[in-house]
Ligand binder design. Sequence first.
Ligand code: S3P
Length: 427
Amino acid sequence: MDYKVRKDFKYLSGCIEIPPDKSISHRAVIFSALASGKSIIKNFSDAQDPQTSLRICKNLGADIVVKKDSYIEVTSDGKLYPYNKNLNCSNSGTTMRLLSGILAGQNFNSILTGDESLSKRPMGRIIEPLTLMGANIKSNNFHAPLEIRKSELHAIKYCSPIASAQVKSCILLAGLFAQGTTEYTEPYLSRNHTEIMLKSMGANIRTNKNTTTIEKSELQPLNIEIFGDISSAAFFIVAALIIPKSKIVLKNIGLNKTRAGIIEVVKKMNGNITILDKKIICGEEVGDIQIEYSPDLTGCEISGEIIPRLIDEIPVIALMATQAKGQTIIKDAQDLRNKETDRIKTTVSELKKLGAEIEETNDGMIINGKITLKGDTITDSYTDHRLAMTLYIAGLITEKEISIKNFEWIKISFPEFTKLIESLKIG
Ligand code: S3P
C-alpha cells in the first residue's frame, strides 16, 4: 500500500539519538568473525543490511550471541568454515563486496547471491583486482551470483579508478590472507572505517594519503560501542534546515571526515549547524549535531574529492538544494547510478514529480532552488531506502500531501525512521 506522509504538525523540536552506524556495524561483525577470541559489540544495528552480514558470519561458523539492547558477542577461532548453501547477501552491497575479499583467500568454495537490485550492481570492480591477486571467481557477466573458488592469494599494488570504500575494503581484506604486502591507492579518500578498525584489532596496516598497505595478520578481538549513523542523521539534518521554526539536536553521531561531507556542504550552503561535545570513540570522531531552520540556504557546487565523503547523502542534499537560493550543481557523482537504484535518475524523477526544478546530467544533477514543492502526487522509492526517506522529508514541506510507493524499504538501513521523526513533530 502507498504510504501517506502526515503533515499535521508545525515544526520539529527535540533531542534524539540516531541508530547505530551501518558501515561500522557491518565491519564490526565481519572482522570479529576473523579474530580469535570473544569480541563484544554494543549497539549493533538492527537494520536489514548489517543483520545480513551477521547472518552470513554465523553461516561461516562464527558463534554469535545476540543479548538484549543490540549487544552482541562474537566468538571465533579466527577461521571461517565452508557453508554448503548459497550465502544470500540480500540487498547489501557492503556484505557482498567485503565478504568477497575475505572468501577469495579461503581454502574452500563459496557462492554469494543477492536480491534483484544487488544482482544488477557491478561486481567487475572487485572481480578484476581480486583476480589479479590470484582469486578464482565465476560471475554472471561481472554480476552476482559470485562463485568464489578456493585459491592462494598474492599481494598486488592496485590503483583503483574509483573512490569506493567497498572496493578498498574488499582488497584490503583479501590482503589479510595474501602473501606479501598489498598496496591500494584510490583517486580520492573514501570512508576509512576499515583501516581504523583493522588497525585497532592489530592488523599490519598503514595509510599514507590515499594509499594503504596491508600484510597477512592475526586479528585480536574487538570491543566497540557503535555510535549514531551520519547517513541516517542526514535526513533529520535536512528536515530541520528546511522546516520553519525547527531546532533539533542529534546525539552521538559519527563525524569521521571521510564520511561526514554533508556537514561541510550544509555550512557552505549557509545552514545553521553546530557540532557540540566532540570526542573520539574507537579511533573515530563522534559528537552531537545541533541544527536550526535556515531560511538563507544558498546553492553551491558539490564536486570532486567531497563526493565519496557524502555519496549516500546526495538524494537528501538534492532536496535541500530545492529550498536554497540560486543553483546547486552536483558533479563527479556518476557512481550514484550503481547504487540500490540509479540514484541520479530516481532522485531527479521523483523530486520533479513534486514540482522541483531539477535536471539530470551524466554525472550528477542541477537544481534551481527556492521552489515551493506542490505535492498532491504519488511518488516511488523504487525499493531504494534512501530515496524513500528523502521523499518522506520532502512530503513534510509540500503544499499538499504526498504518498510514497515501496516506502517499507526503509527497513534496509533505518527501520525506526518514522517513529523517530514522529517523536520530533510538535503541534
Ligand atoms: C559503504 C560504501 C559506499 C556506500 C555504501 C556503504 C561502505 O559504497 O555507498 O552505502 O560501508 O563501505 P561505495 O564504496 O560503493 O561507494
